[in-house]
Design a protein around this ligand. Structure first.
Ligand SMILES: O=C(O)c1cc(=O)[nH]c(=O)n1[C@@H]1O[C@H](COP(=O)(O)O)[C@@H](O)[C@H]1O
Length: 234
């Protein structure tokens, strides 16, 4: 089943039974699931396949960042697994992203969306300075997003704060995937560049990655439904 929902629920669990118990409370027509480094390292491709069997589209969030040949092969391995979306770090450079995009061409219509991470939503100006980048987060996101588009990628991971500028500069068809989404009143946690779901929708975000506000809720299905209701009210 393919969901039309813009919500990608980040499954960040240390235990597989807890993750599957959580997933069993969700309806695959109302969200997609994101499997990241923690769960993939613990439970591997078999876990992704279990989610597929339960009807969910999966965003494999392993943020590949390596030499072009290695990343091209890793992205093709993700496509073999049948995931709906996979990502790389844009800071790996244009040649790395082009190789990744090329390696997916043979998958035709079954090719996953290929997305580049720009500046992590946990980073602010001083974090960039620390690694030698003197641009503002917004300037750096714009630069990396333009490079990702020119390299043939389908979109970027960024914060919702950069979304309207990115849609203006790179066009409506270039997908924006935004973590750092926090319903009003919920904890910011370690995120820095954040927005509420309705604000993110208003600035043109295509997919919202939402983890703890749903995974830590006493009633996850109700927390997801409240977010969808907020989005539908606009
Ligand atoms: O690529 C990502 O998904 C990602 C990029 C980014 O810049 N910031 C970010 O938080 N993420 C992921 O999005 C999820 C956010 O989870 P919560 O902060 O719990 O909503 C986590 O799984 C992060 O790994």
């Amino acid at each position: 089943m393919s969901s039309l929902s813009p919500v990608l629920v980040a499954l960040d669990f240390a235990e597989q039974p807890a993750a599957l118990n959580f997933v069993s409370q969700l309806d695959p027509s109302l969200c997609r699931l994101k499997v990241g480094k923690e769960m993939f390292t613990h439970f591997g491709p078999a876990f992704v396949q279990q989610l597929h069997q339960r009807g969910f589209d999966v965003f494999l969030d392993l943020k590949f960042h390596d030499i072009p040949n290695t990343v091209a092969k890793a992205v093709a391995a993700a496509a073999d697994l049948g995931v709906w979306m996979v990502n790389v770090h844009a800071s790996g450079g244009g040649r790395m992203m082009e190789s990744a995009a090329q390696s997916l061409l043979s998958f035709g219509a079954d090719k996953p969306l290929l997305i580049a991470v720009t500046v992590l939503t946990s980073m602010e100006q001083r974090d960039l300075l620390e690694i030698g980048i003197e641009q503002t987060p917004e300037q750096q996101v714009m630069r990396l997003a333009a490079l990702a588009k020119n390299s043939g990628l389908d979109g970027v991971v960024c914060s919702a704060q950069e979304a309207s500028l990115l849609k203006q500069k790179l066009g409506q068809g270039f997908r924006l995937v935004t973590p750092g989404i926090r319903p009003a009143g919920s904890s910011q946690d370690d995120q820095r560049r954040i927005m509420t779901p309705s604000e993110a929708k208003a600035v043109g975000v295509d997919y919202m990655v939402i983890g703890r506000p749903i995974t830590k809720a006493a009633d996850p299905a109700a927390a997801l439904q409240a977010i969808l209701n907020e989005l539908n009210q606009q």
